[in-house]
Design a protein around this ligand. Sequence first.
Ligand code: ATP
Length: 366
Amino acid sequence: MAETIDVELRQVTKQFGRFTAVDNVSLKIERGEFFALLGPSGCGKTTTLRLIAGFELPTQGEVMLNGEPVGQLPPFKRNVNTVFQSYALFPHLTVEENVAFGLEMKKVDRKEAARRVGDALDLVRLPDIGHRRPHQLSGGQRQRVALARAIVNRPRVLLLDEPLGALDLKLRKAMQLELKELQRQLDITFIFVTHDQEEALVMSDRIGVMNEGELLQIGRPSEIYDQPNSRFVADFIGDTNFIPCRVESCDDGLAQVAIGDNLLVNAMSATAVSAGQEATLAIRPEKIHLQKIGDEVYHDEANFTGVVEDAVFLGTDTLFKVRLAPSVLVEVLYQNENAIFAELDFGKGDTIGVSWMSSSARVLTI
Ligand code: ATP
């Protein structure tokens, strides 16, 4: 069966005066997907969401909903609903009245509206507080009322702009799982804006990473984490060692590069590279393997000796700083359980074996 595209942006640019907030963004979001737009503050996430909702119109390009260009269609005529970070509840209305508001506007029959409001409040697990007003609710409850209000119309697409931003960490984590579960039950397409990489990784089917108005990479969480296509993406999501390198050769995505004082290593190439090119080798701290000199080598594809400069105890993990060459210092992360198992009782000044798999290392040029 052909996939159904619910939301599509075709080379969309949005300028405010001479400032480009969204820069030539193309994107397809499938029916029923949980899609996160992730990026630092000011990168254009909210503007992208507002372009989909119809609160902004593109300077160039086209927004398509359910396969049709929406042109200048106003927000209330688009089959999308938005949950704002501020929740935007009406303070003088009760919870039930807040949730029913959209149905009243649409002149839905009273009985039917009451049933749908009850269903929506059940879904967000707030069945018993329909008579209260927003100031009598906790932050988490207000957040759920805002959600109930957005889903009561059963929109095809729900846009969520940092909806968990105002919650404390514990509640935020609980709500992340609840939202994901709710989305499964409703089978509505969710587009979720966040600057929190962990939140995006936990909740999304796919993530679009933005910076300075550009959409840099789109992929499943594991793709974005394991196969970043740029320094920005590798750096924004998780921790990474960046090592300056020179490309020696490249064949079908597998490159050989030189680091430090001509140590040769193999790595996957994110983009086309050619011999002689200066680039960056990226490798995650938990993908590097340490061992005693003389022990059997696990990953013989990249295999060096190094000197431990520091071993920092972090509770569940230990962070080793290991010098591979005068100009190359890498950070290596081990869960303490595994470190004990592997007898990694190294200290400052010890010479050790260091290795990693070529498939864990990426050559980046941007
Ligand atoms: P945050 O996470 O801080 O909300 P964001 O990624 O959602 O950031 P946007 O709100 O989309 O970023 O803003 C992108 C850029 O566009 C910012 O530099 C912002 O100042 C600018 N911008 C947004 N709206 C307007 C406007 N109406 N007029 C002028 N500039 C604007």
